[in-house]
Ligand binder design. Structure first.
Ligand code: SF4
Length: 230
């Protein structure tokens, strides 16, 4: 990893240690629990997921319990979260893993991607957050942060640009798995709390000095000091 990227990662991790939210899925390395959180968090806000997460896990504490459940029971527990295809995929995945495999989730992102409903982001998230593998992950928040920090000309919505953002994510990823865990969490947290889609809070950003968007465009209008009255 280039020296500048190492310094950025260090700053992000230090910031995360102080400002990262204490969320239930950050206190566990259980692959099933991480997977449930990741699927629930797709297109749903953290505050909403918190209402459902513990209840769902109480009803289906393991992949085996979920696999044994009737589809209607799974749907009932997911009711209110929306995007029910996520629950259907999770249920199908639990049955596949318990029927065809040894009943455990694989740690390798490529193997994870063969399972129902698991795309490149979720595969990276489970590999990193559950197994502490040094796996890159790029969701909407991370793509925005990486583009603003390193490559403001890239547009995450363009497929070709997104591929380049993935390459940057891989290049800046620490090689030690536990360090990569914190690095990935910190990138996601920065995108959720500081460098958001709506506003970039460059004034409190731990990596502002190295950020290309901040250097080129300055702080966003909302955080610029008001002009003095003459
Ligand atoms: S300095 Fe501003 S634009 Fe750059 S990463 Fe931080 S919040 Fe985002």
């Amino acid at each position: 990893m280039p020296a500048q990227a190492q310094e950025i990662s260090r700053r992000l991790r230090r910031w995360f240690a102080r400002h990262g939210r204490d969320l239930p899925w950050r206190r566990t390395r259980d692959p099933y629990r991480i997977l449930v959180s990741e699927l629930m968090l797709q297109q749903t806000q953290v505050s909403r997921v918190l209402e459902f997460y513990a209840r769902f896990l109480e009803r289906f504490p393991s992949l085996h319990d979920l696999a044994a459940a009737r589809p209607a029971a799974v749907r009932e527990q997911w009711e209110g979260l929306g995007y029910y295809a996520r629950a259907r995929n999770l249920h199908a995945l639990s049955r596949r893993v318990t029927r065809d495999g040894d009943g455990t989730l694989p740690a390798d992102p490529a193997a994870l991607r063969t399972l129902p409903g698991i795309g490149p982001y979720t595969a990276g998230a489970v590999a990193s957050f559950a197994f502490e593998r040094p796996a890159a992950l790029v969701d909407t928040n991370v793509a925005r942060v990486i583009a603003r920090l390193f490559a403001p000309h890239l547009r995450p919505k363009r497929a070709r640009d997104l591929t380049r953002i993935w390459r940057i994510a891989e290049a800046i990823l620490p090689r030690r798995g536990p360090t990569a865990w914190t690095h990935n969490q910190a990138l996601m947290e920065l995108g959720a709390l500081v460098c958001t889609a709506r506003v970039r809070h460059c004034d409190v950003c731990p990596v502002a000095r190295a950020c290309l968007t901040r250097q080129r465009e300055g702080p966003p209008p909302a955080t610029r000091p008001a002009p003095r009255k003459r």
